[in-house]
Design a protein around this ligand. Structure first.
Ligand code: ADP
Ligand code: TRP
Length: 328
């Protein structure tokens, strides 16, 4: 019997991976996978993405691109069960059961719901509202113990814990506790508005994508906001220094830290050094991504095999959950 702790996490197919996704979540997934200490389930949350505004054709394309990017970043289908959420039907079934134990008032507290309702004010659909309930089903279907995510998802993982408790109180103990796991960089900031998290929804100039060429990275960093005046470390500078620390040579990084302290720092140089470091760090990623995307059938095969494996676990949980609630 394999009783390693279970890790579950997901990502929406809403666009190319950016440095926030990478440092907040994806790099951690790869490290946790390679530690060999966990049973890993990573999926593409295509059902969650239906709550947004994306056209169908774009969704179809981005499911494949996100798969290629996760593999290029180091997710290994031999070590991680990698699949598409909608291919395992039990997610929606458990999601419905959880809808029926979750108080509306608790969903109204969710900050992501409030943010997204502002971003898409013409499409505040019920899926956007019950989004975290489906997320709880994603996690508890595999009896996830640990959920590695960025800062913005912590509230949803906490709600997952509550949903397990509400279910257990009503139907008898069945689901266990779940914990979130953050990295040391749970919130990478936007290049253009460094008081906000780096996010696709802010626009292309705000994010550096893992697939960006060195030229594009340089262009984007040129426009990045740094300090307006002397004194305290500005959030934009802090963000760039963090990226240099994560992707660059530590001596060069220390040089900029020293220059920052003694006031001799030149932001143009910091941007150049940071851009060069990021471009080089992801050079292999870009090659692997292009190669993987040249064979979409191979990617589809990986996803089908992953869904089959995940389905076995999901079916077992649902069989027991159905009994618990009295529908079988
Ligand atoms: P986005 O906000 O760009 O749409 P997602 O919501 O798809 O990104 O996030 C996927 C994963 O990446 C989640 O675990 C999320 O917490 C993490 N993440 C997203 N943006 C950042 C960021 N700026 N810093 C750290 N982690 C992030
Ligand atoms: N809501 C997550 C995001 O926007 C994606 C997600 C869906 C997820 N289901 C999940 C993350 C389950 C962790 C566990 O980033």
């Amino acid at each position: 019997m394999n009783n390693k702790p279970v890790i579950v996490s997901g990502i929406q197919p809403t666009g190319n991976l950016h440095l926030g996704n990478y440092l907040g979540a994806v790099k951690n997934w790869v490290d946790l996978q390679n530690s060999g200490k966990y049973r890993m389930y990573i999926f593409i949350a295509d059902l969650h993405s239906l709550a947004g505004n994306m056209p169908a054709e774009q969704r179809r394309k981005q499911i494949i691109e996100t798969t290629a990017e996760l593999l290029a970043a180091g997710i290994d289908p031999k070590k991680t069960t990698l699949f598409v959420q909608s291919q395992v039907k039990e997610h929606t079934e458990l999601g419905w059961i959880f809808n029926c134990v979750t108080p509306i008032a608790e969903l109204e507290r969710m900050t992501q719901y409030k943010d997204k309702s502002q971003q898409q004010e013409k499409n505040i659909n019920a899926g956007l509202f019950t989004y975290p309930v489906l997320q709880a089903a994603d996690i508890l279907l595999y009896r996830g113990n640990v959920v590695p995510v960025g800062q913005d998802q912590v509230q949803h993982v906490e709600l997952t814990r509550d949903i397990a408790r509400w279910f257990n109180n009503r139907y008898g103990v069945f689901f266990q506790e779940t914990k979130h796991l953050l990295t040391d960089v749970p919130k990478v900031m936007s290049l253009l508005e460094p008081d906000k998290k780096m996010s696709k929804s802010l626009g292309a100039g705000h994010v550096i994508e893992l697939a960006d060429t060195p030229e594009v990275i340089e262009q984007k960093l040129k426009k990045a906001v740094t300090a307006t005046s002397g004194g305290e470390q500005a959030p934009g500078v802090k963000n760039l220094l963090l990226l240099l620390q994560k992707f660059g040579n530590q001596k060069i990084y220390q040089g900029f830290i020293k220059a920052e302290k003694d006031g001799s720092i030149r932001y143009g140089d910091l941007k150049l050094a940071t851009g060069k470091a990021i471009g080089e760090y992801f050079s292999d990623f870009r090659k692997r991504r292009a190669k993987l995307l040249s064979n979409p059938n191979q990617l589809k095969k990986i996803l089908t095999a992953g869904a089959k494996k995940a389905g076995l676990v999901a079916k077992k949980t649902m069989k027991d959950a159905r009994k618990k609630v009295g529908i079988s």
